[in-house]
Design a protein around this ligand. Sequence first.
Ligand SMILES: NC(=O)c1ccc[n+]([C@@H]2O[C@H](COP(=O)([O-])OP(=O)(O)OC[C@H]3O[C@@H](n4cnc5c(N)ncnc54)[C@H](OP(=O)(O)O)[C@@H]3O)[C@@H](O)[C@H]2O)c1
Length: 245
Amino acid sequence: MSSSTKSSLDSKVVVVPGGTGNVGEGIVRAFLKAGATVIVPSRSRSRLAELVKLIGPELAGQLKTVAAGYATFDEADQLATKLVTDFGHIDHVVASVGGWWAGKALWQTTDDDWQKVFVDVATSHMALARSFVPRLSEDGSYTTIAGFSSQKPYPAAGIVSMQGAAQLMMRQALSAELGGQRRVNDLILGPIINRSRPGGDPDWLTSDQVGEAAVGVARTPSITDEHVVLDNVDDLKKALARMAA
Ligand SMILES: NC(=O)c1ccc[n+]([C@@H]2O[C@H](COP(=O)([O-])OP(=O)(O)OC[C@H]3O[C@@H](n4cnc5c(N)ncnc54)[C@H](OP(=O)(O)O)[C@@H]3O)[C@@H](O)[C@H]2O)c1
C-alpha cells in the first residue's frame, strides 16, 4: 500500500443514509473503526437510538445521529445543507437505502407495493445523489449499495430488481456526467449475514465485511466508476487485496 495515495479517514466526515439498517450497521461500524466521524440520518429516532446501542460506547463517540429524512429532493437538500453547515465538509457518502421485498409477480403488484418498493426508494437514492454529490470534498466519494437482484431477475421480487437496476444506472449516469470530477461506485452484494439474519452460508459476507469493503472503496483513489461485485467472501478477499496493492 502506498500511503501517499491512500487517504486516512481520521478527519473525514462520512454520511451513511440507511445506517440504521441491517447492512448499514456494519458500514457505520467499519467507518468508525477507521477513525471517521459518521453521520446517520433516519426517519426514526428509535432506530437511531437502537443503532447507538448496537455500535456500543467504545465506538459511538464519533457517531452523529440526525433525525431527518431524505424522501424528497427538498428534504435531501435541507439535510445536505445542514450537514455542511454543522460539520464543515462531507467527504464520503455510502447510501445503503432500501431493503428486500418479495411475494408477488409483476402483474399482481399493487399501487402501494410499487410506491413503497420502487418509487420511494428510487426517489430517495436520486434525492441523496442529487444533493450530496455536488457537495462532496474534492477527494471524496459516493458509494451506493445494491443487491444481486439488481442484475438478475428474481421471480416474485421483480420490483426490487427494477429499483436496483435503476439505482445502478443512476450511478453509471453520474459517472458519465462527472467525468472523473468525483469518485462514484456501487457495491453489488450477495446475501448478507446480519442482525436480522444471523445464520447463513459461510461463504456469505457479514454486514461488518460489507463495511470493510466500503471503507476500502472510500480510501482507494483508483477505485472509481466501478461496479464492485461482492457475491461472497472470495470476492471480498480479491477486492481487499486490490485495495491494499
Ligand atoms: N440484507 C441483505 O442480505 C442484502 C443483500 C444484498 C444487498 N442488500 C442491499 O443493502 C441495502 C440495505 O439493505 P438492508 O437489508 O440493510 O435493509 P434494511 O435493514 O431494511 O434497512 C434499510 C435502510 O434504508 C433506509 N430507508 C430510507 N428510506 C427508505 C425507504 N423509503 N424504504 C426503505 N428503507 C428506507 C432505512 O432508514 P430509516 O432508519 O429511515 O428507516 C434503513 O436504514 C439495500 O440496497 C439492499 O438491496 C442487502
